[in-house]
Design a protein around this ligand. Structure first.
Ligand code: PLP
Length: 454
């Protein structure tokens, strides 16, 4: 049977991940460089790198070819066996990427899986070292570690936890390092990073011999938006963890593989976590993949006990490993981590036109991870009413002018726009990004005010 009329694609609207933004189905036919391309040929600048994922840019044929070769070489092999693509990737990571001390590697299929596996690893470490009472994992307010039930629990993202609370294990929290609205009502530097010292109090209250690990993002992701701590923060956290025998898990799912202008964000402060987890940028979006890296000391009790960290079926998938190896090779060959640092400075300068905008409370970030916190009143930091959903209105306004921004925020940082473009972005593209961002914020606020909703 033939149809003469063009039918709308029946499944298109099932893929809209934010119904409020996309009142009608939003289709992307292909992607190239820093752009998403719609079926009608409209080019949308991907200022978010998807979900802060796409670091080498879209449409790299050599990655697609590496992926195909990896699949041809080995379709599926149980994760514990070595394959050429797995071995190459591990060698590259150990030789050129990982912070010193992290010598053990475990691959998974994404960020949530990597955090989940890290939590199991921390528990198994203590269990097999004879410290059975240690199982609690302390997290931070205003954080995100994934969407499985275990990772939601250790995170502090109230929007994403909403409704699931009865299913989440209890995880003690320390305050976020969030100077704009300091949860401890202190001011830097006279605070002497009291938000880091809060870890002492929470460990003591939980009972030091019950705490297995502390987990945090080195630079906050999109929850409150690119929160960069002062330089004293991370060394102090590391010191506290060491003192109490609590494993330090650093979540670099968003910040890893060059996003903040260093290979890993911990490199800004030369700290060595016991466990580091990554995702997103490992394959730059070309394949679903995440990783858990650990020190010999963390893994030793498992080995001595003859135990393993149970894999997922798709752990270390050969084609994904091949894609990751090629993405890292491209980052090295084109010096893209250095470029992320340099273009981050350029973006920072260009964003200064928004510094005095009446609805921009703060612009923060490092490398090519930035966020703007939006408020109704920048003096009092009063947010817009939650119901008006300013963030998604800004994202929609940006899309209408051909730029995709990443929606973020969780109260009290209610409205946050996150920026994480490919490291290959040019100065002209950054000009477009900033111009449309200014338009999107201003027009979204004006429309609210016209409706009397602001
Ligand atoms: N951890 C952090 C810091 C993240 O930013 C994210 C995702 O945004 C995750 C974990 C979860 O990763 P995924 O969505 O790949 O499961």
């Amino acid at each position: 049977m033939t149809t003469t009329k063009a039918e709308p694609r029946p499944t298109a609207n099932r893929y809209t991940f934010a119904g409020e933004i996309f009142k009608k189905p939003f289709e992307i036919e292909r992607t190239e460089g820093c752009f998403l391309v719609t079926p009608s040929g409209q080019r949308i600048l991907d200022a978010a790198g998807g979900a802060i994922v796409v670091n080498i840019g879209h449409g790299r044929r050599e990655v697609a070819e590496a992926y195909a070769k990896g699949a041809e070489e080995a379709a599926f092999v149980v994760p514990p066996f070595a394959t050429p693509s797995r071995t190459r990737l591990v060698d590259r990571l150990l030789d050129r990427w990982l912070p010193a001390g992290l010598t053990r590697v475990f691959f998974v299929s994404g960020g949530s899986e990597s955090v989940d596996a890290a939590l199991r690893l921390a528990r198994q470490h203590h269990l097999h070292a004879g410290r059975k009472s240690r199982y609690k994992v302390i997290g931070r307010d205003l954080s995100y570690h994934g969407v499985t039930l275990a990772t939601l629990a250790v995170g502090g993202h109230s929007k994403r936890q909403a409704g699931f609370e009865p299913m989440l294990l209890d995880s003690p929290k320390i305050p976020a390092c969030y100077c704009l609205r300091c949860p401890l009502e202190k001011t830097y530097p006279t605070c002497e990073v009291a938000c880091a010292d809060a870890l002492v109090e929470v460990i003591e209250r939980a009972g030091p011999d019950t705490v297995a690990a502390f987990i945090a993002e080195p630079i906050g992701g999109s929850t409150a938006g690119a929160l960069v701590p002062p330089d004293e923060y991370w060394p102090r956290i590391q010191e506290i963890c060491r003192h109490y025998g609590v494993l330090l898990i650093v979540d670099e799912v968003m910040t890893g593989y060059g996003r903040t202008g260093r290979k890993f964000a911990v490199d800004h402060w030369q700290i060595t976590p016991d466990i580091l987890v990554g995702g997103k940028g490992l394959t730059g979006g070309y394949a679903p993949m995440g990783a858990v890296y650990a020190t010999e000391e963390v893994v030793a009790p498992l080995i001595e006990a003859g135990e393993v960290l149970m894999f997922f079926t798709y752990s270390a998938h050969p084609a994904s490993c091949a894609a990751a190896d090629k993405v890292l090779e491209i980052l090295e060959r084109e010096a893209l981590v250095e470029r992320a640092a340099a273009m981050g400075e350029v973006l920072h300068d260009k964003l200064s036109v928004l510094r005095d905008h009446p609805n921009v409370a703060e612009i923060r970030g490092r490398g090519l991870l930035f966020a703007l916190e939006l408020v109704k009143n920048r003096e009092t930091l009063e947010p817009f009413p939650k119901a008006v959903d300013l963030t998604n209105k800004v994202v929609a306004a940006g899309l209408s002018k051909g730029v995709f921004f990443y929606p973020g925020g969780s109260p009290p940082a209610q409205d946050v726009i996150t920026l994480g473009p490919p490291f290959t972005i040019t100065e002209d593209e950054l000009d477009l990004l900033v111009e449309v961002l200014e338009y999107a914020i201003t027009s979204a606020v004006e429309r609210l005010e016209m409706k009397g909703a602001g």
